[in-house]
Design a protein around this ligand. Structure first.
Ligand code: AMP
Ligand code: MG
Length: 324
């Protein structure tokens, strides 16, 4: 995900292991600082890449006792559990033990022995994430279980940033959290924001094309974001909750355009698991949410050509229609 718009005021910071970019219509360094502070505070609540966070407190108490959490953590976990329990969902909030074992994109990543994967799969049942609404507690019923909100935390945070900017009366802005872009208004008063769709496994700035959006979020999940190669096989960071191995299908990336970034983040993972045909059917009755799929054989498929404003730049890729 890459925003192509030159902007009068652009601010950046490295947070959550990513380059974060905020674009505003007018210079306002104080506002930019408050936005980066908000992102940093939210990261400290949801991260599982540090020893301490609200989510890690739940993980540390797995198999021992329920943990009281803040309303925002409780609500995001409740949503993540509901999505995990959808029929044939590729999303699983309890995937943590497998993510930690594979270490994909981190030092020491390697293919775990099959018996270890089988044993860890037993620790990923979303039913065993026990929520108590009245007590506002989360309990992981087996020792070794771990919640991982890495697939949706950026979407949640992007929405909070836009809420905050609206409160500050900002009407034109773009926040890029690395993989998640959210926009307010448009770059100029006529056009929308141009958001680049990255070419998989290419130079960092190489684009397949760009989407034009206003007041919308654009989220991409791609297998090229974090992966390692072993014996000519690409092991990437989106795991299949049924097998414990990286999801294996025709897709290189899925990009979702939606009003809320949390929806984009949820749907990229779900659609990744569904593939193109089933994914397009699934989106047919979801107005306001559309997807752009990039396949291994360099096709770009739009779930809804009327809703998505996409311009192809790289002629090695081909725009194609979804097969019914
Ligand atoms: P994203 O970049 O939004 O596609 O999220 C990828 C991250 O989500 C991974 O790095 C893991 O932390 C986590 N993850 C991997 N597989 C799954 C899954 N099947 N369900 C939920 N989260 C996952
Ligand atoms: Mg995601």
């Amino acid at each position: 995900m890459y925003d192509r718009e030159p902007s009068p005021a652009s601010y950046s910071a490295v947070l959550m292991g990513s380059l974060i970019v905020l674009k505003l219509a007018e210079h306002n360094a104080t506002l930019a600082q408050s936005v980066f502070r908000l992102i940093s505070q939210l990261e400290q609540v949801f991260t599982v890449n540090r020893a301490q966070s609200e989510v890690m407190a739940i993980n540390h108490a797995a198999g021992q006792h329920p943990v009281v959490v803040s309303a925002q953590v409780f609500n995001l976990i409740a949503l993540a559990k509901r999505v995990s329990l959808l029929p044939a969902s590729a999303f699983n909030l309890a995937i943590g033990p497998l993510v930690k074992r594979w270490k994909i994109g981190f030092q020491g990543d390697s293919v775990p022995p099959a018996d270890e994967i089988a044993a860890l799969l037993l620790l990923t049942d979303p039913h065993q994430v026990i929520l108590d609404v009245d007590a506002q507690t989360v309990f992981l019923s087996q020792p070794g279980m771990e919640i991982d909100l890495g697939a949706i935390a950026k979407g949640y945070i992007a929405d909070r940033v836009c809420d905050y900017l609206r409160l500050q009366q900002v009407s034109q802005a773009l926040i890029n959290l690395g993989g998640n872009v959210h926009t307010l208004g448009s770059a100029t008063n006529e056009t929308g924001w141009a958001i680049g769709v990255k070419a998989p496994f290419a130079a960092a700035e190489a684009l397949i094309g760009f989407l034009t959006v206003r007041d919308q979020s654009v989220v991409t999940s791609g297998i090229y974001e974090r992966y390692f190669l072993q014996d000519n096989h690409c092991y990437h960071h989106i795991l299949d909750p049924n097998t414990g191995y990286p999801l294996d299908n025709e897709l290189l990336s899925v990009t979702v355009v939606s009003d809320r970034s949390i929806d984009g983040d949820i749907y990229t993972t779900l659609l990744y698991g569904m593939g193109i045909t089933q994914g397009c059917k699934f989106l047919a009755d979801k107005p306001g949410i559309s997807a752009l799929f990039v396949t291994r054989d360099r096709q770009v498929i739009l779930s809804d050509a009327d809703q998505l404003h996409f311009t192809l730049l790289d002629n090695r890729y081909q725009l194609a229609s979804p097969t019914p």
